[in-house]
Design a binder for this molecule. Structure first.
Ligand code: WTA
Length: 657
């Protein structure tokens, strides 16, 4: 094994400001290697997107590609298709023995191989069971499950009968689950007794039972036995998946859906209020995810083994574990658990065993692997990897270069992909057979995506400038609205620059070569380990505690560590702000939202910096959290409190190990 000094290597690479041209052998074989694709897509975006929609199987072809009545847009009108038919039936017919998922449970030795034929059968049976449980076209079904094969099957069974699914991440609390169920008025919940995470059982059914105390719309619960633990079963409401699905008929014809029929709703954090239900429809979404998945990950369905190591509870999993890969007839790895169970080389052992050729993950994972050291990947043969991807947050160049070098063996291109729950599919990204890569830049808009960087007034800043990222033209996979609240759709995305200009909420720099450098959110949405949480949600959870008088929350950015949650809390009088109370608050926030929203650091203070009109100045608290010189304090009512907070921060906040 070659001895390498990691720090020196990285330093040298960064100093060189290296750019990475597509390796010739990669470009030669790439699905997309002719740069004229950009030009033809920008000359006639509708024709380009139509050519991508042609790759799907339509029961009836569309007559109108795009109807754009800003800020609304509809795609492939008149067209009829079914997402499950596209993801499963056509491959079950042509390549039934191809593996759809190599499923790997967290407990070692637990694995299942699911071919397209197997998946087809499971989805049809489950579709019949859902119909028996009373689910009809147009209904909503909530899904709260671990990463087991029944999860994609459940999503596809909903799609098959024309019901929209609402997947709620298994790490969310009972309260988060009931809020989401109620917002979409789901009729059925599909869940499991539990799942495994870092050697522990995550008790999903227990949380679900608690959530269901407050969800009048739920009529039935379908529960997979995964851990086989004893759980509470409610007579007349709960049905055991393992009892009914295997017995059900495997005959089921996929429901022809209008292109614009809702495929799913997925909740994501906004700046204020409860999480909003992002609505995706059938034809446009499937076109976007299948097109980007094929071009960006250079998928060769016959030979590649692809692994997107996200959780299906987030949009990355919806688009790039379920719909994109299956629409392309691809073989994927589906892994249930944590990267450090039983040891810190679990991912690398999976890649070696299954000869994974494409890996897609978040920068936060890469930074963690960097901390753990190169010994873990070096224990394994990773030579099967030919392409790497990242998503979810800006990647610092050190992490990019480390990923390329120590995981990709210096040969695999790294595609840094920018997108959102709202865009449904990747929007700014390299095409690995064409694009010259610059570590830290998501490079260029995908063909058919018209992105720009503008100033406060909405004027393009041009090359070399910085400002706000905007999208100037809708593309097929973009959200249609916010479930039940179209006004909020308009306000959130179009109030700033007008009905024709979508504002994603990200800051961005455009370099001299026209490369996009995403700088993170410009609103009160934090990006914690690639997950969106708003400061507002965490503040609401904190003040919901009986001993908290007031709280302010900011995201603390650190280029090497990523973003963490910093909370400033004023306890009610007589309550001691000590480590014990900090621990209690963290648990409280976990209970209200989920573990991912736990504040990393908590500083107790008698007061918070406020303007004369009583507004908390979060900007200044961010300066404190990030140990910067304080910005303008002249508008403060109570400037001295800041010095006190700063002194407390310097002595050390109560931090989570
Ligand atoms: C951030 C995840 C920089 C961004 C797919 C966006 C990124 C938010 C990148 C969406 C990237 C995502 N570089 N920032 N490559 N990818 N983001 O909805 O701030 O969970 O607005 O979707 O993540 O998060 P969401």
């Amino acid at each position: 094994m070659v001895e390498r000094d990691v720090d020196k290597t990285i330093e040298a690479l960064l100093e060189e400001r290296r750019i990475f041209k597509p390796p010739e052998d990669f470009a030669d074989q790439a699905n997309v290697n002719d740069a004229s694709v950009y030009e033809s897509a920008s000359d006639d975006p509708d024709a380009w997107w139509a050519s991508q929609a042609e790759r799907l199987d339509w029961f009836e072809k569309w007559d109108t590609v795009l109807e754009w009545t800003a800020p609304h847009h509809k795609w492939f009108l008149g067209g009829k298709l079914n997402a499950a038919h596209n993801c499963v039936d056509r491959h079950a017919a042509s390549v039934p023995d191809r593996v759809a998922y190599h499923w790997i449970g967290e407990p070692e030795g637990e694995a299942r191989t699911i071919t397209y034929r197997d998946l087809f059968e499971e989805v049809c049976k489950l579709a019949n069971v859902l119909v028996d449980l009373g689910v009809r076209k147009g209904d909503r079904v909530a899904i709260y499950m671990p990463m087991i094969p029944e999860l994609p099957a459940a999503m596809l069974a909903c799609a098959r009968i024309g019901a929209a699914h609402s997947v709620v991440f298994g790490g969310f609390s009972a309260e988060s689950l009931s809020d989401r169920i109620n917002d979409a008025e789901c009729k059925v919940l599909i869940t499991a007794d539990g799942g495994y995470r870092r050697g522990q059982v995550v008790e999903l059914k227990k949380a679900a039972d608690e959530a269901l105390q407050k969800t009048p719309s739920i009529e039935k619960v379908l529960m997979v036995r995964r851990t086989m633990d004893d759980v509470n079963i409610v007579e007349g409401r709960d049905v055991i998946y393992n009892d009914v699905v295997p017995q059900a008929s495997a005959e089921h014809g996929a429901e022809p859906m209008d292109s614009e029929d809702m495929l799913y709703v997925l909740y994501t954090s906004g700046t204020t209020g409860k999480p909003k239900g992002i609505v995706h429809t059938t034809g446009g979404y499937l076109t976007g995810v299948s097109s980007t998945h094929r071009a960006i990950f250079d998928i060769k369905p016959e030979t590649d083994v692809y692994w997107c190591a996200a959780d299906i509870g987030w949009v990355t999993g919806h688009s790039y574990i379920v719909y994109g890969p299956l629409a392309n007839g691809c073989t994927s790895v589906l892994y249930e658990g944590a990267p450090d169970w039983p040891d810190k080389d679990r991912w690398w052992s999976i890649i070696e065993e299954h000869r994974v050729s494409i890996l897609y993950c978040a920068p936060t994972a890469i930074r963690t692997f960097m901390k753990w050291g190169t010994d873990y990947p070096e224990k394994h043969d990773l030579s099967s990897l030919r392409l790497l991807g990242t998503v979810g947050e800006p990647i610092n160049p050190e992490a990019w270069v480390w990923y390329q070098e120590f995981i990709g063996g210096g040969r695999a291109p790294v595609v840094d992909t920018w997108w959102q729950t709202e865009t449904g599919a990747i929007a700014i990204t390299p095409l690995p057979g064409i694009t010259t890569l610059k570590p830290g830049s998501a490079t260029k808009p995908y063909p058919g995506v018209v992105a720009d960087v503008v100033d406060e007034k909405g004027n393009s800043v041009g090359r070399g400038g910085g400002g706000y990222l905007v999208l100037r033209r809708p593309f097929p996979s973009m959200l249609r609205t916010i479930f039940g609240d179209d006004e909020r759709y308009r306000e959130t995305y179009f109030a700033r620059f007008g009905d024709e200009v979508y504002f994603p909420g990200d800051g961005c720099k455009l370099d001299e070569d026209g490369y996009f450098w995403l700088l993170g959110r410009v609103d009160d949405v934090m990006n914690i380990a690639g997950h969106r949480i708003s400061t507002y949600e965490v503040e609401s959870a904190l003040v919901d505690h009986k001993s908290v008088a007031e709280a302010a929350v900011v995201g603390r950015q650190d280029p090497r560590e990523g973003e963490t949650i910093a909370a400033f809390v004023t306890p009610k009088s007589g309550v001691e702000g000590d480590d014990g109370f900090a621990k209690e608050l963290r648990e409280h926030v976990s209970g209200v939202i989920g573990k991912i929203a736990r504040p990393h650091s908590i500083i107790f203070t008698d007061d918070l910096p406020k303007t004369r009109s009583g507004k908390i100045m979060r900007r200044l608290l961010r300066d404190v959290a990030e140990e910067r010189e304080l910005g303008d304090v002249t508008t403060l009512l109570n400037a001295p409190i800041l010095e006190e907070i700063k002194a407390k921060a310097a002595r050390g906040a109560s931090k989570e190990e």
